[in-house]
Design a protein around this ligand. Structure first.
Ligand SMILES: [Zn+2]
Length: 417
């Protein structure tokens, strides 16, 4: 009897335990089904915009973030600068777009930390944190400027070189109301160049050059330079168009002249950020200079008066013609006016054109070295006899090529190798 009572008690104990376990399972199960706070196993998703690791600022800046928690919804968001809360927001949505102005007036120059934290409404709240280092920089860049040259002849190239003590953002040079591109020539040393072809028709006078710089943080600095534009000497000449070539000017060819003019204009305006050329340019062919750069021309056909945008070198048909510097052949084909033509992109806005060749020995897309043969002299197109018509262009504008034969336009801080 005692035994059965004992067994009974034992059974009751088991039943109670079983009941407790069962209700616990039921409770957990039901709450799992009923309450997302229990179910939520995922932390919120956080995305940051407007700032990256190691960004630099000189003033207040804006940060935008978006957070999402589909399971329980978001509970709060906060932003901390150097571990101190500068922004907080209670949230009861599944998604949230936040924006905050980070004030920096009290922060000293140097490195600081920024953190964004969002929490969800899970039973044991999840936290997602993003953090990055940022810099306060209120020191404008220091820039050493050098130029070739303060006295510049009409038609020559004015070269401005800048050596900064830090990386610059979108530097600009303005000369006679035109903004010129500034290229990076040495990324590690923060060396930049602006090449300005001074027009043949520029007024002879002193002209200001405005240089504008900004560092990565946004600190701005300006420099005003003064250059003297001096008179260039340009010949006047009358071109007798041979009777066999008068047709080039005919109305029948107007459309073709226009199309080819567009193709050439586009090619000579090429501006590749890569620099292929170095050191001086060579004269591409042996011969006599039969027409110099910027000679003022009148044609016997009467219809056209122009300024010679290049230099003519005359010699026998078949005289070899070489690339003036390293570059990429972007045009190698026949045109109505220029005849068999090669156009080479030397990078950073420098382009050379070689016209009237008898035939070509390079193809479009080919890379050439300085002194590599590209064709032979001829009189194709609008030519009065065998000669090479050679042009040097800077961002599409003609420049005196003789100066590029005589002057090394490499930046002045370059160490010899
Ligand atoms: Zn010419």
């Amino acid at each position: 009897m005692e035994l059965s009572i004992h067994a009974l008690l034992q059974n009751r104990k088991i039943i109670v335990i079983a009941a407790v376990v069962l209700s616990l399972i039921l409770l957990v199960g039901t709450s799992y089904l009923l309450f997302p706070e229990v179910r939520d196993g995922q932390p919120p998703v956080l995305k940051i915009e407007g700032i990256q690791e190691n960004d630099r600022f000189y003033d207040a800046y804006e940060i935008r973030f978006s957070a999402e928690d589909k399971e329980t919804s978001l509970a709060s968001a906060e932003i901390l600068v150097n571990n101190e809360q500068v922004y907080s927001s209670e949230i009861s949505d599944t998604s949230f777009d936040g924006m905050a102005q980070i004030l920096t007036a009290d922060l000293p120059e140097g490195a600081h930390t920024l953190a964004v934290r969002v929490h969800d409404r899970a039973l044991f709240s999840h936290k997602t944190e993003w953090s990055a280092r940022f810099w306060i920089d209120r020191t404008p860049p220091k820039i050493e400027t050098k130029m070739i040259a303060a006295n510049i002849k009409q038609g020559d190239t004015l070269a401005l070189y800048f050596n900064a003590d830090e990386q610059l953002r979108e530097p600009a040079v303005i000369f006679k109301t035109m903004k010129y591109p500034v290229d990076v020539v040495d990324e590690a040393e923060y060396i930049y160049v602006a090449l300005i072809p001074v027009s043949v028709f520029s007024t002879v006078k002193k002209e200001p050059v405005l240089c504008q710089f900004s560092d990565v943080a946004g600190n701005r600095v300006e420099e005003n330079l003064l250059v003297s534009v001096t008179a260039g000497t340009f010949e006047k000449e009358r071109i007798e168009v041979p009777s066999g070539k008068v047709a080039i000017f005919s109305d029948k060819n107007a459309e073709r002249r226009k199309t080819e003019g567009r193709i050439i204009a586009e090619a000579i305006s090429t501006h590749s950020t890569l620099k292929f050329w170095y050191d001086k340019f060579i004269r591409p062919s042996e011969g006599v200079v039969s027409s110099s750069f910027a000679s003022q021309r009148v044609y016997s056909t009467g219809s056209v008066a122009s300024c010679h945008k290049g230099m003519d070198i005359a010699n026998k048909t078949g005289t070899p013609i070489y690339a003036a510097n390293y570059g990429k052949v972007i045009i190698a084909r026949e045109f109505l006016v220029y005849g068999n033509t090669v156009i080479i992109d030397h990078g950073q806005g420098i382009v050379t054109l070689y016209g009237h060749m008898d035939y070509l020995v390079v193809q479009e897309g080919e890379y050439v070295t300085r002194n590599q043969q590209i064709g032979v002299m001829g009189d194709t197109g609008l030519a009065t006899g065998p000669h090479l018509h050679w042009e040097l262009r800077i961002n599409g504008r003609e420049a005196n090529p003789v100066q590029w034969e005589e002057t090394n336009f490499e930046h002045p801080w370059k160490t010899a190798f």
